[in-house]
Design a protein around this ligand. Structure first.
Ligand SMILES: [Zn+2]
Length: 88
């Protein structure tokens, strides 16, 4: 299922907009994204997550996924991270 057209990016933290429910994330500095309703933006990459939001919409929730990125189509799929008995 994973071939050369796909790239798996692990442990990407981003935010989910409370209004349009879109998940947005940033992979590197100055990789700036906004959600479809433009209430939330994210920036800063994986080292430090920087986000802003419209106070009328409310605080977006932070979520972390592995992201399967299709290099051909630009489509990305969010894969829930399964924590395997961590902690203890
Ligand atoms: Zn939104």
């Amino acid at each position: 299922m994973i071939d050369e057209n796909y790239r798996l990016i692990k442990n990407v933290t981003g935010v989910r907009c409370p209004r349009c429910k879109e998940f947005i994330w940033s992979l590197y500095r100055h990789d700036f994204h906004g959600c479809s309703c433009e209430a939330c933006t994210v920036d800063g990459g994986r080292d430090y997550l920087k986000f802003s939001f419209d106070p009328e919409v409310g605080m977006p929730t932070q979520e972390t996924y592995d992201i399967l990125f299709n290099l051909k189509t630009g489509h990305s799929t969010l894969l829930p991270i399964i924590t395997d008995g961590e902690g203890g």
